[in-house]
Design a protein around this ligand. Structure first.
Ligand code: GMT
Length: 376
């Protein structure tokens, strides 16, 4: 199949899911065209069957806001015609499904019928898309997609609850490439660069937005380090980072907390981690938690959104109510204090992550694409 993938080219989240999906589809022989405003972070351009088309938005002083949707839908029309692309898969409803629908309509005028699959990732539904300014456009785009998928059952339920949707939503969970670890095993895991022999390593990875409750991460670690010698690795960039650094200084734990910024070496950091913290306000899935689990790192998380579908309470880690720092700290300490318990949780995390292997999930997308092409 010739498939166009539209996504945000960012670190983590929907951008990573879309990129990894495209790369794996390309390995299976499909021709994949990424169409976005800059090269997706994890995109290896030298891969066979992979193309990247950049969307340029010309600056024009008359426009207070430059019209990205317009540029994207025009680029989609041009690339679909030029390469004979058969199917369009847009990740994140705003504005991708909206621009995709316009492209579809423009192509229909020229006698070209291209099915559109929209994947909902979470913030497009629970945070941004739900804003009254966007809601009608988001409902419309979802209802006019040919097929709609969501990354968890929880997100599917939220979408039906928050929007007026008459379309069937198919749950296709996010995935992980577990066998990437085979590569990793040959590389040294530089644990001793980050912590002393007797210290445990706790990690948090995110875009440091409010929804991640970064303060809670620091406060949980503050409690942990009182009981267990440990270090905290904070990976990512975002608006709450500075406040987190200040809080660490205020709590006098700044020498135990390392802020990395964005990293392309998530696997290397996770390979020496003992515990992952994700106390988010809401999380449609929690891809970072799954990435941690696949590297054998147990997860202490909130129980919001789709997190219970990924992190199994008492097995791969523990779930607590949002903001319950006491419970999260207690659970973290209970895992870290006993080596046998820690080993068991690590093994469980790795095992459960295997059920989300890309090889199990990718055929679900492929089947949907084939169905979309047959029914077009
Ligand atoms: O978490 C973010 O703020 C980024 C966001 C995105 O759209 O990239 O992540 C969402 O999609 C991810 C991939 O499907 C999910 O794993 C995250 O849980 C989801 N974030 C939220 O729901 C807050």
């Amino acid at each position: 199949m010739k498939i166009a993938i539209v996504c945000y080219p960012t670190f983590g989240g929907s951008g990573v899911v879309a990129t990894e999906l495209g790369l794996e589809l390309a390995k299976r022989g499909h021709e994949i065209h990424f169409i976005t405003y800059s090269q997706p972070v994890r995109l290896a351009l030298l891969s066979k069957n992979v193309y990247y088309h950049e969307v340029h938005v010309p600056e024009y002083p008359l426009f207070h806001y430059q019209p990205y949707e317009l540029a994207l839908s025009s680029k989609l029309v041009d690339m679909i015609k030029l390469f004979g692309i058969e199917l369009l898969h847009v990740h994140y409803a705003i504005p991708h499904a909206y621009a995709g629908y316009m492209a579809k309509k423009m192509l229909q005028d020229e006698g070209i019928n291209i099915p559109m699959v929209t994947t909902l990732h979470g913030t497009d539904i629970t945070l941004v898309g739900n804003h009254p300014f966007y809601k009608p456009a988001v409902s419309f785009s979802i209802n006019h997609s040919d097929y709609v998928t969501s990354v968890s059952q929880s997100l599917k339920d939220d979408t039906y609850r928050l929007f007026d949707i008459d379309k069937e939503i198919v749950v296709i969970p996010n995935f992980i490439e577990n066998n990437k670890e085979l590569v990793k095993k040959d590389e040294p895991c530089h644990r001793n660069l980050m912590a002393n022999e007797n210290e445990k390593i706790i990690t948090h990875i995110s875009n440091f937005r409010k929804v991640k409750r970064i303060d809670d991460v620091v406060k949980i670690f503050y409690e942990i380090q009182k009981e267990v010698p440990s270090k905290l690795m904070m990976v990512g960039e975002g608006p709450e980072k500075e406040a987190a650094e200040n809080l660490c200084a205020q709590l006098k734990i700044h020498d135990k907390v390392i802020f990395f910024g964005n990293s392309n070496e998530i696997d290397k950091i996770l390979c020496f981690s003992d515990l992952f913290l994700l106390p988010s306000e809401t999380e449609s899935f929690g891809l970072a938690a799954l990435e941690a689990m696949s590297c054998g790192v147990p997860v202490i998380s909130s129980n919001s959104g789709g997190l219970p579908e990924v992190n199994q309470d008492g097995i791969t880690g523990f779930l607590s109510n949002v903001g319950d720092i006491e419970s999260m700290s207690k659970n973290a300490i209970s895992i870290l204090k006993n080596e046998a318990t820690l080993s068991q949780f690590k093994a469980n995390a790795r095992e459960v992550a295997k059920t989300f292997d890309i090889q199990n999930i990718l055929p679900l997308y492929e089947d949907l694409y084939f169905k979309a092409l047959q029914n077009k």
